[in-house]
Design a protein around this ligand. Sequence first.
Ligand code: ZN
Length: 443
Amino acid sequence: MPRGKYWNEELETLPRGRLEELQLRQLKEELAHAYAGSPYYKRAWDAAGVSVGDIRELSDLERFPFINKLTQRETQGVGSFLGELAAVPEEDVVFISTSSGSTGVPTMSPFTKQDFDEFQDVESRWFWQAGMRPNDRYVHALNFSLYVGGPDVIGAQNLGALCVWGGTLPSERLLFVLKQYQPTCIWTSPSYAFYLGETALKTGIDPRKDLSINKIFVAGEMGGSIEATRKAIVDIWGAELFDFYGLSDIFGACAAQCEYHDGLHIAEDHILVETLDLKTDRALPPGERGELVYTTLRKKARPMIRFRTGDIGRFVPEKCPCGRTHGRIYVDGRKDDMFIVSAVNVYPSDIEYVIRSLPEVTNEYSVRIYESKFTTRYDVTVENAGLSGCGSDSRVSEIVTNALKARIGVRPSNVVVLPDGAMERSTHKAKRVIDERKVTYEI
Ligand SMILES: [Zn+2]
């Protein structure tokens, strides 16, 4: 079947009412499957006095208990290799990915063959949405080791693109691939996209002139949706940037930008989105900012029912000018990363926004959160870009302090200014926030 603008036109443009009917039907099936197969859900729902029969409309899901990362950690390996959240026997599972474990014990995410094939069909949908076509050459420059983003390359391959399984090649090898094979599309993290572009320029390769990359997909960090970061990457590459968003717990990419770059379409035929009020845990109306909670609608190996992602953002169900009816998410940051200074909620993504928009500093920065006299404070470290006319470090420090105060509402206690090149360039997921506080604050 020839495809036009959409990978799956009927599904992607389903009118809202019909999309929600589909979700409701799938939700009932998913809950029945989870209850029948997963010892954890059976126990938790019996204890909460809820059952699949309670679901008459989508909002009835609000009666069901949440799960989170801790639920995964506490149930994995319990009773069986796959653990108590899994709803199928191990013999039905064909693939597992493992989270990086950067926030604790790594968690394992299992897929049946059907789960895996549908995961890749969703990836094809995102690549197609971003304009990838069978005549494109694509370099998948994401980690293949254990990481759920690794297999996403199969989505591009199924679409018909010529795929190069780049993985985490050293930069000079990757630049060789880009020069030699002249691929048109690449996927990396935003910080690495920028670093790779800078490295290319330093080695005499101008990405705009000497390479053929016209689309860059990024995921894993906030930068892809932060305007100044986007601009820095786009300027260096002369390519269109598409932000993708994935969760090891569900898919490599659950959501992705279309050509309008206004929020990320989420695969609503696979994922039901709720937004929770940060104080009350009650579901908020669409469009309001809170914690994003996802329920899988089709995953068989390990259904995720009301999974609290820890991501703070908004969900907007209105139809997009691109014609797609699946809603869009806007992710502002991680709940874990958010900190409170003088009663103001500070998101590291807001700090990044400020830093990346100032020509006086480079794109590298770090944030240190600490306590002093029982008060939370934050310091920011930046690099002086050596701009003529405002060279002194104290002047740069003042500019950064004032810009942060204006955007965020609270000034940093210190701005440390280092020379250009003094901070380590991250090649993958950049760790920019260092939290030295002893106490974990509840939001
Ligand atoms: Zn759109």
